[in-house]
Design a protein around this ligand. Structure first.
Ligand code: KG4
Ligand code: ZN
Length: 343
């Protein structure tokens, strides 16, 4: 079975073809980061318009890279949510138009399920069950994953997502958008211990997170700083921010593993690309003989491959999930546990 994946939930347009026999046949991505940089964040209307511009060339590219004809596609999977409504509508309407024109069934995929399953696309995929940390611009969640569609939420952020805290703190420091990679690079030059920032909910005895206080702590340091914040001080603050963030994420992951009795940890979402987080997780896991799995770097942030893959996994379990009903809807807000298939 060959599934076309279409991703357009935020500021990346992604297309991919996944074959359940041969694996990933082709994937193509266009990132709108350069366009949004000027505004310091994603402008939803510009994002929607750009998805319209990028979609068809990317579709042609995956077809030509894979060497298959459009008729060889068995089903079309598109990101139905969560995400920006206008941006989601572009991918959904393209999937619907293609489905109708080619007479192929389509199905809506949950963006976070795409992220969650993305480490299974790597050359060293984890086996089920595992604990998953989803850390993106919009979400921070710990999930217990027993199999495809069998997800239990262990805890989540009560306010800002980890990526959002990175992005907002980077803005406060005058670093570019997206803030995650910018803070991470800057932190490498920082002096550890030059600033102390809070570790929100580190000892909360549950698996919830809260990052808005950490961002506010960065704001307070910047506000109280005499004169302009020099480059070295920016690096020191970035370092303190990353250290606080990593300590909380690592501690919560370790206690979720202990609580569930699981030995495997899977990291997904854009913040999973973070170097310091990976180092922290690897060190903590090695001490306790846990294994940590990451998606390939190119599949950490949004992409079409994870949507094609999640769609294919769903269809293997429930072939009737794809329909030739080309009316579509998007779900800008959509909790992941609502799609869970009961065990
Ligand atoms: O998963 P993603 O591409 O989109 C969402 O679904 O949100 O994640 C984007 C987020 C942004 O907040 C970005 O700053 C963050 O991931 N990010 C990083 C890194 N690369 C991307 N955060 C920390 N370190 C990175 N290297
Ligand atoms: Zn995402």
């Amino acid at each position: 079975m060959i599934v076309l994946g279409v991703e357009s939930s935020c500021d990346e347009t992604g297309f991919a073809l996944y074959d359940t026999q041969k694996g990933l046949l082709a994937h193509a991505l266009y990132s709108q980061i350069a366009m949004h940089q000027e505004y310091g964040g994603v402008v939803p209307e510009l994002a929607s318009r750009d998805h319209v511009r990028r979609a068809m060339p990317l579709l042609r590219q995956v077809l030509s890279d894979s060497g298959i004809t459009p008729q060889a596609i068995d089903a079309i999977a598109y990101t139905q949510g969560p995400g920006l409504a206008g941006a989601l509508l572009v991918g959904a309407s393209i999937a619907s138009g293609l489905g109708l024109a080619l007479d192929k069934p389509m199905l809506g995929v949950h963006h976070l399920e795409g992220h969650l399953l993305s480490p299974l696309l790597s050359s060293n995929p984890p086996e089920f069950p595992f604990v998953a940390l989803l850390v993106s611009g919009g979400h921070t969640q710990l999930m217990q994953v027993e199999g495809v569609g069998r997800y239990t939420l262990l805890g989540e952020t009560l306010d800002d997502a980890a990526g959002e805290a990175f992005d907002k703190s980077a803005k406060l420091l005058g670093l570019g958008y997206p803030g995650g990679p910018a803070i991470s690079r800057m932190a490498e030059f920082g002096d550890p211990g030059a600033y102390q920032l809070p570790r929100p909910m580190l000892h909360s005895k549950n698996f919830d997170f809260s990052f808005s206080g950490l961002k506010t702590a960065v704001l307070t340091v910047v506000k109280n700083h005499p004169g302009n914040v020099c480059e070295q001080d920016k690096a020191n603050i970035a370092r303190a921010f990353v250290d606080a963030m990593v300590e909380v994420l690592v501690a919560k992951c370790m206690s979720a593993l202990k609580h569930t009795g699981m030995k495997r940890l899977v990291i997904a979402g854009g913040v999973g690309a973070n170097k310091q987080l990976r180092e922290g997780l690897n060190a903590a896991a090695a001490k306790r003989r846990y294994q940590v799995f990451y998606p390939e770097l190119e599949f950490c942030t949004d992409n079409g491959a994870m949507i094609a893959f999640a769609g294919a996994m769903r269809l293997q379990q429930h072939p009737q999930a794809a329909k030739r009903d080309y009316a579509f809807s998007v779900r800008p807000r959509w909790p992941l546990d609502e799609i869970a298939i009961p065990a």
